[in-house]
Ligand binder design. Structure first.
Ligand code: NAP
Length: 197
């Protein structure tokens, strides 16, 4: 009997997506034997600063993943009205893929550390196994989650950060080799992250 498909759900703001995110998805795919990973840009992030328009973040994410057949982009969060809650993300994707698929929700360990403040954390845990991606040297504050419900994966390339990239663009510093070339071009063509924008 063939095993159930294992699908990663890579949730993030992706403002902008960078090579750290791609390395993280690839590394988690390898370690957890995932068949594919859906990148899910948040719609209206909950508890969050102003972010770039969803269409820009989706477009950059599509450019970043288009050469890797394991990766795809889902619009479930940007197409849903209202603030983005992960429980809705996972319910929508579960409805799309059916009950026979195992879901693995992947995001930054910092974000996961606050999961008990999210909407319906028990249902999130029921719908997916959680994987927190950490930067080197990062310690996860104990979020008080049930034993075994969260796995942590250290990804050195996550030393790259979207916050730093936005600051680099604003100050005219290069982002080459930190984001895919197609994303670098997109950022410049659309004038994203300039100091005045
Ligand atoms: P964030 O606060 O912008 O990011 C927290 C940290 O995690 C940052 O260091 C970030 O680095 C990193 N990170 C974010 N996404 C990542 C990914 N997919 N892989 C590896 N590292 C990642 O977090 P966010 O983007 O707002 O939220 C992350 C996910 O959690 C989203 O899917 C969001 O919808 C969900 N979330 C849900 C709730 C809720 O249900 N109430 C609340 C908060 C977050 P970069 O900045 O470099 O990406």
């Amino acid at each position: 009997m063939s095993r159930a498909a294992r699908v990663g759900v890579m949730g993030g703001t992706f403002d902008p997506i960078h090579l750290g995110h791609l390395v993280a998805a690839s590394e988690v795919s390898y370690r957890f034997a995932l068949d594919r990973v859906m990148f899910v840009p948040t719609g209206r992030p909950w508890q969050k600063r102003e972010v770039s328009a969803a269409e820009h973040r989706v477009a950059m994410t599509e450019l970043a993943v288009r050469d890797d057949p394991r990766f795809a982009v889902s619009r479930v969060d940007v197409d849903r009205e209202g603030p983005t809650y992960t429980v809705d993300t996972l319910r929508d994707l579960r409805a799309e893929v059916g009950d026979d698929v195992e879901l693995f929700f992947i995001t930054g360990a910092d974000a996961l550390g606050a999961i008990l403040t999210w909407r319906d954390p028990a249902e999130v845990l029921r719908l997916a196994h959680l994987i927190g991606v950490t930067r080197p040297g990062h310690e996860l504050a104990d979020p008080g989650l049930p034993e075994g419900s969260v796995s942590l994966v250290e990804v050195p390339a996550m030393a790259i950060s979207s916050t730093d990239l936005r600051a680099r663009v604003a100050s005219g510093a290069p982002v080459r080799y930190l984001v895919p070339t197609s994303v670098e071009h997109y950022v410049h063509e659309h004038g994203l992250y300039r100091a005045a924008s």
